[in-house]
Design a protein around this ligand. Structure first.
Ligand code: ADP
Ligand code: ZN
Ligand code: ZN
Length: 750
């Protein structure tokens, strides 16, 4: 009998592998090791010990840790994710660990990121400070000794700055044996973490907040696992409730995770948490430098930060003893990972992680996802409601803004439409400009009038790689593909019929900016879209400038809809509510409603009453009809009926299978054969749709086909996973150049 270990390799290869533990190595579950794997060496993580026959087994090459890097809890959670989302456990571990902890044979020293150290100074052991100070003549020397005497160990740069001494002064003291220098590990901070924040506002909770907090804190105190769905309109004070619940969690000696949809879009929220919890908060996200992420990750694992805030991947933070997980804006689709695997939904993983830890989970939103609403209706989640905005400065709660619809089709018919902005919207803008109030305009489309069409033959230039229309980008006089980034010169004539009658179809943010310039030449406009926010920090600058009143109109894509709070905004105009609403996706109506509700929530948040104008060619669409009345419940009821009728989530389960490759015929055949195999495994227990060419048939030179597995909720997720895995096993890996991606609970249907 020999000592053996079960190891998960950090590769897409499924399963665990047994290795012999050499007698001179100490390995524990959760440690990182290097093992021979096929013909190469790869990193693996030990997940189990065993004893057995070592014949024909390979041995672990080396151990990378002195103690476990991954806790048992994270190992169990990642194993669950792999099983549920049909990917390898190694893929999930790769997503969990920061780059600096992932060994590869190619990188120098195994990993590309190292520990950062800084030179620190301290007094040599046993020296008598008073005697030394009496003896020394240099003032700078004395000052430096003084600082080290009071502060202990100090980074050299700091000590020199405080004392005014130079590095040669320090060197002299070190040579005299009075001071010692040491290289000590320091934590690299991500941008913004070192920024000072204002102390928090002191507020007294209003009754709806108190009721919500009491429910949550009851569960936190009694450690009874509960998932709450906190449905609170924008500005109802949800963040304040989160903060109090977090306080109680820390007081109980527990830790917490706060998930936010995207860090760049939520600077205000992150600042508020930091104002309350200061250096107890760590931020973890993928845009941090590899070094900062590596440092933050290890600091969290070592228990230095009891609160972790971050997008999606923060749900995998290496915290122990978790008491509370909060998912803010739980309906946001950015919580779903698409590429690469694991294609997990961070909200659902949060619910599962809380459940496994006996922790409390709070899902908050002004427009909860239909999945979460259905879970609340089924009493799997406890529904908490905060239907009113927080009263401001002793006033009544600011009422929700009034909403009007402008029917663009009718405007066109009576020939009143002169551009993208109807007369009604223009009048409303004019009134705000006269009163020096502010305006937000949403146009969910970027670029200059995106699509070019030939008025003669109707031809629209398409991207040869992606089979989507190219959009016009005026400043550079280019046509651009928004999928693969390909650009070409703006043509002056049609490539099919040679006509020079080329017109612009559809209207982007830049075109609206021009129209505003023509109609309201004095209005100051800030445009916020992908093109104006691509530089780091640009997003924040635009919002700050608008907040300081340096512009009258903030015009932009859906970025302007999220979480902003500007007291002087009294008008929100949606230039074309139809963009997005008519996409071939069963969630299009839900997403359109959520966007309209979100952007409407930006108007009249304080003393001044707000108004919303929605321009549409489909005034009878449910997303419009219910948004008009702020009737979220009505929309949910209507939409859930539709979903039930069609067997879509939350009443059914979906697994999307994507086939990709550079040769169209080969990918189509792969999709067909594979789908036939799947049919055999499923044996009628679920519907199989497809394969069909993807909605966007070709991206980055890759042809794409889809097959959709659709089953009633009564078929357990584990059965669907079993069908798909059986097919994967039998069909084997696709030929080189082709790929198969499995997406469980897909959002955004292709
Ligand atoms: P939400 O997260 O639901 O959008 P917030 O927690 O951000 O709402 O609250 C909206 C605004 O009201 C914030 O400026 C917040 O500081 C303030 N606020 C929240 N609760 C109260 C309260 N009980 N009394 C006074 N102001 C409050
Ligand atoms: Zn033409
Ligand atoms: Zn393209």
């Amino acid at each position: 009998m020999s000592r053996l270990a079960e190891i998960v390799s950090l590769t897409p290869v499924d399963g665990t592998f047994t290795y012999v533990v050499p007698s001179d190595l100490d390995v524990e579950v959760g440690m990182r090791v290097v093992v021979p794997f096929g013909r190469r060496n790869v990193m693996g993580v030990v997940v189990e010990h065993s004893d057995g026959d070592a014949t024909e087994l390979k041995a672990i090459g080396s151990v990378l840790d002195e103690r476990s890097t991954l806790s048992n809890e994270l190992l169990e959670l990642t194993q669950w994710i792999a099983a549920y989302y049909i990917c390898s456990w190694g893929d999930v571990l790769s997503a969990t660990l920061p780059k600096g902890l992932i060994w590869t044979s190619k990188a120098q020293n195994g990993t590309a990121v190292g520990i950062k150290t800084a030179r620190h100074l301290r007094l040599a052991e046993g020296i008598k400070v008073d005697a030394v100070l009496a003896e020394l003549r240099g003032e700078k020397q004395k000052a430096l000794i003084d600082i080290l005497a009071t502060s202990g160990r100090v980074p050299q740069t700091e000590a020199l700055q405080l004392s005014g001494a130079s590095s040669s002064t320090a060197k002299g003291l070190i040579e005299k044996g009075l001071v010692e220098a040491q290289e000590i590990e320091v934590e690299r901070m991500s941008d913004g973490m070192s920024v000072q924040v204002d102390p928090p506002k002191k507020v007294e909770l209003h009754p709806a907040q108190t009721a919500a907090l009491e429910a949550i804190s009851g569960a936190v105190q009694s450690e009874s696992q509960t998932t709450f769905l906190l449905h609170g309109v924008t500005g109802s004070g949800k963040t304040e409730v989160y903060i109090r619940a977090l306080k109680q969690t820390l007081e109980k000696g527990k830790t917490a995770i706060v998930l936010v949809p995207e860090i760049a879009l939520t600077p205000q929220a992150v600042r508020r948490f930091r104002a309350h919890f200061g250096n107890k908060v760590s931020v973890l996200h993928s845009r941090m430098s590899a070094g900062a992420r590596f440092d933050a990750w290890r600091a969290i694992r070592d228990g230095r930060y009891p609160i972790v805030i971050g997008p999606r991947s923060a749900v995998l933070a290496p915290l122990e003893n978790i008491g509370l997980i909060i998912v803010d804006e739980e309906h946001e689709t950015s919580y779903k990972q698409f590429d690469p695997a694991p294609r997990y939904h961070a909200r659902d993983v949060a619910v599962m992680r809380a459940h496994k830890n006996g922790a409390v989970c709070v899902l908050g939103s002004a427009t909860p996802s239909l999945e979460s609403m259905a879970n609340a209706q089924a009493e799997k989640y406890t529904l908490l409601r905060m239907p009113k905005r927080v009263p401001v400065k002793g006033h009544e709660a600011a009422p929700l803004p009034s909403v009007r619809v402008v029917n663009l089709a009718r405007e066109k018919e009576i020939k009143r439409l002169k551009g993208a902005l109807s007369d009604e919207l223009r009048d409303a803008i004019r009134a705000r400009l006269e009163r020096a109030e502010q305006i937000i305009l949403l146009q969910n489309r970027r670029g200059y009038a995106p699509v070019l069409t030939c008025e003669e033959c109707g031809h629209t230039p398409e991207c040869p790689n992606c089979a989507v229309s190219l959009t016009v980008h005026k400043p550079k006089r280019q046509l651009r593909c928004h999928y693969c980034g390909r650009t070409q010169r703006l043509p002056t004539s049609c490539s099919v019929c040679d006509s020079s009658e080329l017109a612009l179809l559809g209207i982007g943010t830049q075109r609206i900016e021009e129209e505003i310039g023509d109609v309201f030449p004095k209005a100051r406009v800030l445009r916020m879209d992908y093109d104006t926010t691509s530089r780091k920090g640009a997003h924040r600058k635009i919002l700050d400038a608008f907040g300081r009143g340096e512009a009258d109109i903030l015009l932009g894509t859906q970025m302007v809809a999220k979480g902003l709070d500007f007291p002087k905004v009294t008008l929100v105009g949606v230039v074309n509510a139809d963009t997005g609403m008519l996409m071939p996706d069963f969630r299009a109506a839900e997403h359109a409603f959520q966007l309209l509700a979100q952007v409407a929530g930006r108007a009249g948040r304080h003393d001044l009453p707000g108004e919303v104008i929605l321009q549409t060619r489909n005034p009878d669409h449910p997303a419009i009809k219910f948004a008009l009345l702020h009737d979220y419940e009505g929309f949910v009821e209507h939409e859930l009926k539709d979903r039930q009728l069609l067997g879509y989530p939350p009443f059914g389960r979906l697994v999307g299978i994507e086939f990709k490759g550079s040769e169209n015929g080969a990918v189509r055949r792969l999709a067909e054969l594979w789908t036939d195999e799947l049919e055999k495994d499923v044996e009628g227990a679920a519907a199989i749709l497809g394969p069909t060419p993807a909605f966007v048939g070709r991206v980055k030179q890759q042809w794409r086909y889809h097959t959709l597995l659709k089953a009633p909720s009564s078929v357990p997720a584990s059965s669907l996973a079993r069908f798909v895995r059986a097919t994967i096993d039998r069909a084997g890996a696709p030929k080189k150049g082709n790929r198969i991606n499995v997406d469980v609970d897909p959002v955004g249907l292709f």
